[in-house]
Design a protein around this ligand. Structure first.
Ligand code: XMP
Length: 319
């Protein structure tokens, strides 16, 4: 049977009301389609008994905090903005192993949400977990591919009851719900972004400096790919971004020897994120991305490579 977003919305709202009762809830809002849909559903179900919490981890996309404030205002969400840069950078100091990074980030998020919940007197935490998040995080007979921060990354002891209205949905379905909720296309058609943010696009230690580099590189890749798609030079990929590698290579900067980092550009076609195929980017677009990254980040990056791996055997993100 075809998915009916309007029916889903009615059922989700009454489910949330039933679960939370007369209690209070907070909802984690990152600005992506999943968490925004969750926040709007919870806002509709609970009104002023729900506060949307945005945690600025220091690993957000360029201009994201400003964008979130705008979205929340337009959707009449009661938004609380928490600046947690320092906390996240210091928790990830010296951490290079991807699963450990994800677990630390998941735990930090939960501790911050627990504190916010206490202040808001809320006993429930809403989050935009989708079906692929818990499927890939492993349960029962399934193997853990990677711990999505909002599933396998959750600490064992948690004092909040989860509200996950979209946990049975896939990406294409949550987009339909977003559209039916009246969200702007900019949100419901937005490309996915991993919960742990740019931290999983920095291979190795996710320092503040590297977060700044990958943030710029991602913004350049996004801008150029979106421009090329708008100009009809390529199809709009399902997801597209840049990854910062810990490998330094030799290059030339002016007349001098340079020794800088490598950035990988990735664009994929997918339906639900469970499988993916590298998306062809025309050579002139790749060249423009490479030129801009090596020029605008010349102090740090002197080489750009293009990832052509499918999922499987790769995953979409590199960590
Ligand atoms: P992978 O890298 O596993 O990613 O092929 C599949 C899709 O999920 C996104 N992703 C995440 N989403 N929390 C999320 O909400 C996470 O921890 C997470 N990790 C990966 C990824 O960007 C891709 O769209």
């Amino acid at each position: 049977m075809a998915f009916n977003p309007e029916k889903f919305i009615d059922e989700a709202i009454s489910e949330i009301k039933k679960q939370v009762g007369g209690g209070k809830a907070i909802v984690a809002m990152s600005g992506g389609v999943d968490s925004t849909v969750t926040a709007v559903l919870m806002g509709r179900a609970l009104g002023k008994n729900c506060a949307a919490i945005f945690v600025d981890t220091g690993y957000m996309r360029k201009n994201e905090p400003e964008r979130i404030k705008e979205i929340a205002a337009k959707s009449q969400l009661n938004l609380r903005f928490i600046d947690a840069h320092e906390e996240f950078y210091s928790a990830l100091k010296g951490i290079v192993e991807p699963e450990q990074k994800r677990k630390i980030i998941g735990e930090k998020f939960i501790r911050i949400f627990e504190k916010a919940a206490k202040e808001e007197k809320a006993a429930f935490l809403g989050q935009g977990t989708l079906a692929p998040d818990w499927i890939e995080s492993g349960s029962g007979l399934r193997a853990t591919i990677k711990s999505h921060h909002n599933v396998g990354g959750l600490p064992k002891e948690m004092n909040l009851t989860l509200v996950e209205p979209v946990r049975e949905l896939y990406k294409d379905e949550v987009r339909k719900v977003g559209k039916a909720l009246g969200l702007p296309e900019l949100i419901y058609n937005r490309q996915p972004f991993p919960g742990p943010g740019l931290a999983v696009r920095i291979m190795g230690e996710a320092t503040r400096e590297k977060a700044g580099i990958v943030r710029e590189a991602c913004a350049i890749a996004e801008e150029e790919i979106e421009r090329a798609a708008k100009e009809g030079k390529m199809l709009m990929p399902w997801q597209y971004f840049a990854v910062l590698l810990p490998i330094k290579t030799v290059g030339v900067l002016g007349d001098a020897r340079a020794y800088g980092y490598t950035v990988a550009v990735r664009a994929v076609e997918s339906f639900d994120g469970m499988t993916a195929k590298a998306c062809p980017i025309p050579p002139e677009v790749l060249e423009k991305i490479s030129n801009r990254i090596t020029r605008e980040l010349k102090e740090h990056v002197n080489r750009v490579v293009y990832d052509i791996t499918s999922k499987p055997p790769g995953t979409i993100e590199w960590e």
